[in-house]
Design a protein around this ligand. Structure first.
Ligand SMILES: [Zn+2]
Length: 296
């Protein structure tokens, strides 16, 4: 018996008659306000930047009239909406270079047709879960978990612990270390040290007792950067703990091709962990660097 096919398109559609615009709904957020910074304003829809979201680059496509579902729209309006989503998604891919774009129509709390466009990265706080799920708890581990003998950052203090987490979880620990090493010690300008990437990076921190002493970050493209150890805690293998935990984190998140820009004096440190230099020396923040890749 032939399986009946769903009638998605009428062969002889009724003549298009503009249906009357539904009235604004009292108390509806999207009827009363733009709902965020306006990126594009069309007669039928608007695109707004969701600057309140923890992830950068999140946008919402909002239908201007108060309808609840996509299937409440006329056929031409459905096509117009899909075209708007397509164009907004393309913009996000071009500008933000995410690993995935989530397009979601929720509206459980504001039942006025709108779609969220959410750029996602393998290093974002929720990957691979949805961006509205609970973030995984931060887990502090003894540094023997990285394959090193248990070391004590200071013999008079508690053993060093390390964790890998997101910016919200670790910025209060990572920031003072970076401030001291890059801004104060190396003279990197504040505006170059802090960037939007932190929000979509994985961060590693080593602490001795309650004091953060080392940090580093993994960017979505596989680059490891911002590796810093406080002066009084150097030559104890803590930088290696940071590096190794970020390499493991990249592997766990399916990121291939880990690389970094090493300050030239530190090439030997990275070579011991399987990195090799490629290309000419170059300058970042007036400090000589080489690009290093990792085999295997
Ligand atoms: Zn509304």
């Amino acid at each position: 018996m032939p399986i009946p096919r769903p009638q998605l398109h009428r062969r002889n559609p009724a003549p298009q008659v503009a249906s009357p615009a539904p009235p604004p709904a009292p108390g509806c957020l999207f009827c009363e306000k733009a709902g965020g910074r306006l990126l594009q304003n069309h007669e039928s829809f608007r695109i707004i930047a969701a600057d309140d979201h923890e992830l950068p680059g999140v946008a919402r496509v909002v239908w201007n009239h108060h309808v609840q579902e996509i299937s409440d729209l006329e056929e031409t309006d459905r096509s117009l909406l899909m075209q708007a989503i397509y164009e907004a998604e393309l913009q996000i891919r071009t500008l933000m270079r995410p690993h995935k774009v989530n397009v979601a129509s929720l509206g459980n709390q504001v039942p006025h047709l709108h779609l969220h466009l959410i750029p996602r990265w393998r290093t974002d706080p929720w990957w691979p879960q949805s961006a509205w799920s609970e973030r995984p708890a931060l887990l502090w581990r003894g540094i023997s978990a990285t394959g090193f003998a248990e070391e004590t950052a200071d013999p008079t203090e508690e053993p060093a612990l390390f964790a890998v987490g997101d910016w919200k979880q670790l910025k209060d620990m990572a920031s003072p270390v970076r401030q001291k090493v890059f801004v104060q010690e190396q003279g990197v300008p504040q505006e170059e040290e802090w960037d939007e990437q932190d929000r979509i990076c994985r961060h590693a921190v080593v602490r001795a007792g309650d004091h953060p002493v080392a940090t580093g970050r993994l960017l979505p493209d596989g680059r490891i950067g911002r590796m810093a150890v406080l002066p009084e805690f150097r030559r104890r293998g803590l930088g290696r703990v940071i590096l190794r935990s970020l390499i493991d984190e990249a592997a766990a998140r399916g990121i291939e091709g880990v690389f970094l820009h090493a300050q030239t004096h530190a090439l030997g440190f990275y070579e011991k962990e399987g990195f090799y230099a490629e290309g000419e020396e170059f300058f970042e923040c007036e400090i000589p660097h080489r690009k290093m890749l990792r085999s295997g």
